[in-house]
Design a protein around this ligand. Structure first.
Ligand SMILES: *Cc1c(COP(=O)(O)O)cnc(C)c1O
Length: 332
């Protein structure tokens, strides 16, 4: 194995757990009676929707900011942290920074809807509106890092962010030491890579299955190509799984290649049906990106009989309009 500086190991995940304790939730894992009966398996649901921001990304952002505070001290972070994410990562950075008493700026293009900006501001971050594209927002982030000494908190491609997400893997192994398989959404690879790093170190036989969108799946296409490639971004019910992995990816590409056992792509109708299933049977609303594990079980007929399977319900950032779209697509 290539022992690069960007590798994430079990010790990193345990350090992350110590740092995020009391700042992110140790989420419940519950057995779904309906899904267990349907698949003749133990189907276990990991509720990352219980995080105060509604998604697991709080773990990674909290770990990174807390680790930098430990290593560099509060003065080094006095200019604050910055990111350009409109979604779950932006909310995570805002919340984590507020919890740790660090200023946070989230740069958003003027095209981002006002309710998203307001939600991030409500978590305690300063929202800076700039330009009319995501690229313009990123340029503003770079400017603030270079000119104002702010610290970038990336959404996935950093060992501290990945180790934070890896605390999910530690919790799974504690709750179900003989877990057969984890099925998890895959985009930039921080979530799958972190879980895989922890789980494979504790129980190598546990299978790690990644699930991405059938179009614009940057990590899957990069793995197939053997190097990071750019993909076109497409509209999806699983919009939190969109976006590239970075052509200069330094951490998650190699990690996902090492820890992922198999991979599936799921269609929009399958995601829609899985969202409605979870609402109907578990009485919980999850976003499309969180429903892809169930979607893969159904759409690809994965052989899971008699096994203990964990599905990572990664987030709940879904509007009523999007739920309506999913219900119309699922016909229920
Ligand atoms: C970010 C995100 C993912 C994917 O995580 P990566 O680390 O980018 O692979 C999955 N689900 C939700 C809800 C997310 O916000």
């Amino acid at each position: 194995m290539n022992a690069s500086v960007s590798e994430v190991g079990l010790a990193d995940c345990y350090a992350a757990r110590r740092r995020i304790a009391g700042r992110a939730v140790r989420t419940p894992l519950t057995r779904s009676a309906a899904l267990s009966a349907r698949f003749n398996a133990e189907i276990l649901l990991k509720w990352e929707t219980c995080q105060p921001t509604g998604a697991f990304k709080l773990r990674g952002a909290t770990n990174m900011i807390a680790a930098l505070l430990e290593k560099r001290g509060r003065d080094a972070l006095s200019a604050g942290v910055v990111t350009a994410s409109t979604g779950n990562h932006g909310r995570a950075v805002a919340h984590a920074a507020a919890t740790l008493g660090i200023p946070a700026v989230v740069c958003l293009s003027r095209l981002v809807p006002e309710h998203k900006a307001a939600a991030i501001a409500a978590l305690g971050a300063e929202v800076v509106r700039v330009g009319d594209s995501q690229d313009a927002a990123f340029e503003e982030v770079t400017r603030r890092v270079e000119e104002r000494g702010m610290t970038l908190i990336p959404p996935f491609d950093d060992p501290l962010v990945v180790a934070g997400q890896g605390t999910i893997g530690l919790e799974l192994m504690e709750d179900v030491p003989d877990l057969d398989r984890v099925i998890v959404g895959l985009s930039g690879g921080g979530l799958l890579g972190g879980i895989g790093a922890a789980v494979k170190a504790i129980r190598p036989a546990t299978r790690i299955t990644g699930v991405s969108l059938s179009r614009g799946a940057a990590m899957a296409e990069s793995l197939a190509a053997g190097h990071p490639v750019a993909v076109e971004e497409v509209e999806s019910l699983g919009d939190s799984l969109g976006g590239g992995i970075g052509l200069d990816n330094r951490c998650t590409f190699a990690l996902v290649r090492r820890v992922m056992d198999d991979h599936y792509a799921v269609s929009e109708p399958a995601i829609a049906a899985a969202m409605v299933d979870l609402l109907e049977h578990e009485k919980q609303l999850v976003e499309g990106a969180a429903a892809v594990g169930l979607a893969a079980l159904v759409e690809h007929g994965l052989e899971v009989r008699g096994q203990k399977i964990a599905l990572i319900l990664s987030g709940n950032a879904v509007s009523l309009e999007t739920l309506d779209r999913a219900r119309a697509m699922a016909g229920r």
